[in-house]
Design a protein around this ligand. Structure first.
Ligand code: F6R
Length: 244
């Protein structure tokens, strides 16, 4: 638990930078699982600062984003492609071919095949070294909504009403907000060697308590992380305020 999200984001960036350097020294790729949304913005700003001011190189970094709305054009203002390029990829020396984000433009018939290839790419690299997560108000991780199974695969999902309401401010109303998304499944998240879930503010405190201290249940997918052997919830004081 950190005083505020800025201090917390810096600490996470420091851990990521260390991992990138260890992997560099081993001449290995560093495979990062990345999230979008408001929670990781401070983290990406700090990683950009470490690149620009302290020479951290991302040349050996390979990234896999958790999710993308479907359907979604990559150059739309609300696409996660646009988000990642603006906040991270275009500001560091990562190779474009090393950045993976689920494709929101696929024909529906091609999605299942695409999702299994997305997972294969992760497997070929030896799995995700470090997975960054935010958490939805209903406990979703990625877009694995309530009811998602612990062994769920990467797939097309229906977004919960609460998720769409949270997103509707970016889409100028609920009627313009996508109803579906492609998400990395819970299984690949649980297979990551290290998981860091970030949450800021009191509004997240009830779901953080349910995830950390409640029962492990598919009604709160973040609670699955209780069974991960190297997962940390990084919180500010507000998000931690209901923990006993
Ligand atoms: C985004 C994602 C989502 C968000 C979650 C929290 O890639 O996977 O699970 O992490 O909806 O969003 P924020 O951080 O905006 O509260």
């Amino acid at each position: 638990v950190f005083e505020d999200s800025q201090a917390a984001s810096k600490a996470i960036a420091k851990e990521i930078a260390k991992l990138i350097k260890v992997k560099q020294s081993q001449k290995q790729p560093c495979v990062l699982g990345l999230a979008t949304g408001s929670s990781p913005k401070g983290l990406y700003a700090e990683l950009v600062r470490l690149h620009k001011e302290e020479g951290l190189s991302f040349k050996n970094v390979v990234t896999f984003n958790l999710d993308e709305y479907y359907p979604m054009e990559p150059d739309s203002v609300n696409s996660y492609v646009r988000f990642m390029k603006t906040l991270l990829f275009d500001q560091v020396d990562i190779l474009p071919e090393n950045c993976h984000i689920p494709d929101g433009k696929l024909a529906k018939a091609d999605i299942a095949d695409y999702c299994s290839r997305y997972e294969s790419k992760i497997e070929v690299l030896g799995g995700i070294d470090l997975q960054i997560l935010g958490i939805g108000g209903n406990g979703h991780i990625g877009f694995n909504e309530s009811g998602s199974l612990q062994n769920s695969k990467t797939r097309l999902v229906a977004l919960d009403h609460i998720t769409r309401v949270a997103a509707s401010k970016d889409f100028a109303g609920l009627s313009n907000t996508p109803k579906t998304a492609i998400t990395l499944g819970v299984k690949k998240i649980m297979e990551a060697k290290r998981v860091i879930l970030m949450a800021w503010g009191e509004a997240k405190s009830a779901i953080i308590r349910a995830s950390v201290e409640g029962q492990v249940t598919n009604q709160v997918p973040a609670s699955f992380l209780q069974e991960h052997n190297n997962a940390t919830f990084v919180l500010d004081k507000g998000a931690a305020s209901k923990l006993t």
